[in-house]
Write a protein that binds this ligand. Sequence first.
Ligand code: SF4
Length: 111
Amino acid sequence: MEQIKRYAFEGEVIEVPLLWDEDTQTYVEDYKSVIENPIYSPSGRPVLLTIEDACPYTDLADDDPASIDCGSCRHYHQFPGSLLGVCRNEQRRSGVKPKRTKARAKKEDTT
Ligand code: SF4
């Protein structure tokens, strides 16, 4: 039977797969599985690792050059005690066609 951890966030329940860890003899969140099989909240919000590279729609919380990942973004809500969190950016919601933001346009025009 697959083990699941559930997080409640803004009225949604988000399910994260677990795996058995022999070293600690406990179930831990299966980050590898989440990377290989991305998961979404019921309304289509992506669930991401805090260390994922920031996307073109990021709104970084500061100008620190080290702020390069989702964990540094104002749209990111990290689950307590987890390396996972929800992206609340509507541009990243599954099924939403992204708008061409200024940052996105600049990136696309330089590549
Ligand atoms: S908008 Fe979402 S996917 Fe993009 S950097 Fe922010 S949290 Fe990550």
